[in-house]
Design a protein around this ligand. Structure first.
Ligand SMILES: [Zn+2]
Length: 423
């Protein structure tokens, strides 16, 4: 197999069918259909998620996504295997004693409309998104392609490998929703080494960073407020104003104290309230997130947010519900594994520079898979592979350098040979 060509080919196929978190039915079908004939054991549907840890999954959106997959020709049999839950954990046993190593690839896209600009490579080469309002503008199409190509390579090279290898195709990374669910599946509990990577614009192509810093711990919350309706002049005393409560809540939230130990951020991204002009407003919804440089700081922000919601709800006598819809922790890489990635990267032809630490920013729920593995004595490592080309992540003009896939592919390959090699 010519992996360089196949990395690009599969990436472009996936780029055409971007699907947002928990709606990746076409993508998961592609994963299942690729891995099944290769002899991988597949955990799909509710086998690969802890149902009580599924966050930010809208059943209406899921139904629509299933229908779209069906309309595009995904078979009922394949859809049945997914049981309404996207993602897949694949396992291969070499039959020889050795460690259990897992590699993680996220598969979802972002809710932006791809640019119409002619010079945009997916337009020029005719692989732009077929789904309006959805686009692979974070490079997860590249990640999935790397995972699928490694699946081929592992089978092709199984005689050189020992132990068991797991490929984790994670749904709903955007909004940090799917990591908690897959980590609660229990399927990572025997993993000794867990590796993950992100193709990134923040590093030039050819550069690899083995310990990205500035990845923030984060919690996403939806707040639902429920008051009581009443006529605004005849019986205002009977009303309970959810809109007024939401306004006070938002100003209190934005002004909350910060932690002295480091960076803590809050954003309220959406507030919706009220029904019509002449009724005391009954319903209000707030979508917000907090982030922190460490889990400690993030938890401090979450605690305050919850207290503020509770306090203002009490003040306005409205009912409240706080729903956690996403979560990512702080990144802690294992030094030994980070050195291994650095050593392997230096031997990869397309890698020109290895940097130890570099500030990347953003948040990742790989951290939740990692903390599950670490809690059971395993080692974890998340690295960044440079692939800069055009606009930054999550923008309409985003397009990564496809050469970065080869670098990441070769590093994963090299690490497998070191960790699970017969020699
Ligand atoms: Zn991403």
């Amino acid at each position: 197999m010519n992996y360089q060509e196949n990395l690009v080919r599969i990436r472009r196929e996936l780029h055409k069918i971007p699907e947002m978190g928990w709606g990746e039915f076409k993508t998961t079908a592609k994963i299942i259909e690729t891995l099944d004939p290769l002899g991988w054991t597949l955990h799909t549907g509710i086998q690969q998620v802890g149902l009580d840890q599924v966050m930010g999954r809208d059943p209406v959106f899921v139904e629509k996504s299933i229908q779209r997959a069906r309309d595009s020709g995904v078979s009922e049999e394949t859809l049945d295997r997914m049981q309404g839950y996207t993602g897949c954990i694949a396992e291969f046993d070499t039959g020889r004693a050795g460690p259990v190593t897992a590699l993680r690839f996220d598969i979802d896209c972002v809710g932006v409309e791809e640019t119409d600009k002619e010079e945009h490579l997916p337009n020029k080469e005719k692989f732009r998104s077929c789904h309006s309002g959805e686009m692979h503008s974070c490079g997860h199409d590249g990640h999935t392609s790397i995972g699928l190509n490694l699946a081929h390579w592992i089978i092709e090279n199984k005689d050189k490998l020992t132990g068991r290898i797991k490929l984790i195709f994670q749904p709903a990374e955007e909004g940090v929703r799917g990591g908690a669910a897959q980590s609660a599946s229990g399927l990572l509990d025997d993993v000794q080494y867990l590796l993950g990577a992100h193709l990134a614009m923040m590093c030039p192509t050819g550069e690899v960073c083995v310990y990205p810093t500035g990845l923030l711990s984060t919690t996403k919350l939806d707040i639902h407020l429920k008051g009581a309706p009443a006529h605004p002049t005849m019986s205002p005393h009977l009303g309970r104003n959810a809109l007024a409560c939401a306004c006070t809540t938002v100003s209190e939230l934005l002004g909350m104290a910060r932690h002295g130990k480091g960076l803590g951020c809050i954003n309220v991204g959406l507030m919706k309230a009220g029904e019509c002009r002449n009724v005391i407003p009954v319903h209000a919804t707030i979508q917000m997130e907090v982030r922190g440089e460490s889990d400690e700081i993030n938890n401090f922000m979450v605690d305050q947010a919850c207290r503020i919601v509770k306090g203002t709800a009490l003040a306005y006598d409205v009912q409240y519900e706080i729903e956690k819809v996403g979560e990512g922790g702080e990144l802690r890489n294992d030094d030994e594994l980070a050195s291994l990635v650095a050593e392997v990267a230096k031997s990869v032809p397309s890698c020109h520079k290895v940097v130890e630490r570099k500030k990347i920013g953003c948040s990742e729920d790989f951290t939740l898979l990692a903390s599950r593995v670490r809690a059971r004595g395993g080692k974890t490592e998340f690295f960044v592979v440079g692939a800069n080309r055009t606009a930054a992540h999550h923008q309409r003009e985003f397009d990564f350098d496809e050469k970065g896939m080869e670098t990441a592919f070769d590093i994963f390959k090299g690490c497998l040979l070191k960790l699970n090699g017969t020699e």
